[in-house]
Design a binder for this molecule. Sequence first.
Ligand SMILES: Cc1cc2nc3c(=O)[nH]c(=O)nc-3n(C[C@H](O)[C@H](O)[C@H](O)COP(=O)(O)OP(=O)(O)OC[C@H]3O[C@@H](n4cnc5c(N)ncnc54)[C@H](O)[C@@H]3O)c2cc1C
Length: 468
Amino acid sequence: MPPSEAVFSPAPAPPAGAGTIAPVRAAVSGWGGGPRAPVMLARPADADALRAALDGHRGAIARGMGRSYGDAAQLAGGLVLDTTGMRTFELDREGGTVTAQAGVTLGELLGALVPAGWVLPVVPGTQHVTVGGAIASDIHGKNHGSAGTFGSHVQALGLLTSAGEVLELAPDRGSELFAATLGGMGLTGVILWARIALRAVAGALLRVDTDRVRDLDEALAALIAPGGPHRVAWLDLLGSASGRGIVTRAEHHGAGDAYAQAGARGGATVRSRATVPERWPAGLLRASTVRAFNELRYRRAPRRDRGHVQAFGAHMFPLDSLRAWPRLYGPEGLLQYQLVVPLGAEHVLGTVIGQLRRARVPCYLAVLKDFGPANQAPLSFPLEGWTLALDLPRAAPGVGELLQRFDTLVAGANGRVYLSKDARLAPDALAAMYPRLEHWRSVRDRADPERLWRSDLGLRTGLIRDER
Ligand SMILES: Cc1cc2nc3c(=O)[nH]c(=O)nc-3n(C[C@H](O)[C@H](O)[C@H](O)COP(=O)(O)OP(=O)(O)OC[C@H]3O[C@@H](n4cnc5c(N)ncnc54)[C@H](O)[C@@H]3O)c2cc1C
């Protein structure tokens, strides 16, 4: 990594044995759980160890914290390169950038950067994702409308290619491969490090506006109402008035702010308070229980609240307070279906919600956000419009057929589903949703003619054509 002034050592210290680990047999799955893939798993500490781990393997994929929901970070019968051993980072205070190895998590970065007066411009709904994973999925936050994706703030990155070279890529240097790597789901190579532009902040406190909304139309209106840039709607899709919910708009407090001066406290990250035990029985999570919880959540929220002070971590990463929460869904796990449709195609959201209800597929968590314009990366998910993420039990009868119908609806409206959440999309649906797929494939194939980089997601969806 290029040198800079202030150096932060890895935070926290790597666990014992965190150095290079030669490939061992293992079984891995995505965050949504479900069937595990038998793989060879290596945990290299640097580029040389990565090259050594690859020796003799004809198929490999990088893995970060495994927070993608489906099969993006695994390759059945192949090599999985766990990057979490690569975890140092450096802050350039003058330049307002951080240069981080790919395995550092965003939570680790925030914990060091925010007290120093800087924040990552884009964070997802969990702090437990790596820099490599954030770039490979070109993740978005609640502020996509003003900040774009994570990749838009990457000034440069190091990529290990299938030929064993390390390329330094940037928006104006190797720009096609750079753009193909943003949202490229690890299929262009292994990201080793990245330099990310930061935003100055006075601290870890947010000022939050809240509105309780009665239906989807009110939610859409509240999401684009004046207010802070971090915008999100939680929707209750199990209650009687389908589509009711709670919308928040949040912004950072300024340095001279009265709240900050009053010494209000709050962290940039959250601690988990409990863990769902392994072997949590199937069937304990029921629509009736979640319906009652949703009712309580809705009733307890203020009808209209302005300027409430909340810590960044608690606001951005609420799910992180319960470790291993997907176990609540039982051994079969959950599917997350995240779609985006362009402005003007709002009717698709209503249709999806209505069809879920009619099919009696319970949705235990639904989150709606607005997106700003798309970027240049061919596989980047966001486009200007609305994104809806639905958490559904994988075991729910009829869920597979229902989601196939949604694919047709979404593609027909020029929308798409998010590959980082996907566990079931078929090749024809992928091609219908990502119009620049062929361009991405040609850039990728030039960089990796032997198709070393492959994943279960890549093979299942046809991102990678298995022609060798
Ligand atoms: C609770 C929760 C909330 C979330 N909220 C959001 C959200 O708001 N917005 C959003 O965009 N996403 C969100 N996500 C999804 C998450 O941000 C992405 O799936 C992210 O890619 C996960 O990072 P990871 O380190 O766990 O990567 P993994 O899941 O391990 O891998 C994801 C992809 O990145 C690739 N990859 C990982 N490391 C590297 C590397 N070093 N080089 C090349 N490729 C690599 C893998 O091959 C794989 O294709 C959420 C996930 C969870 C569990």
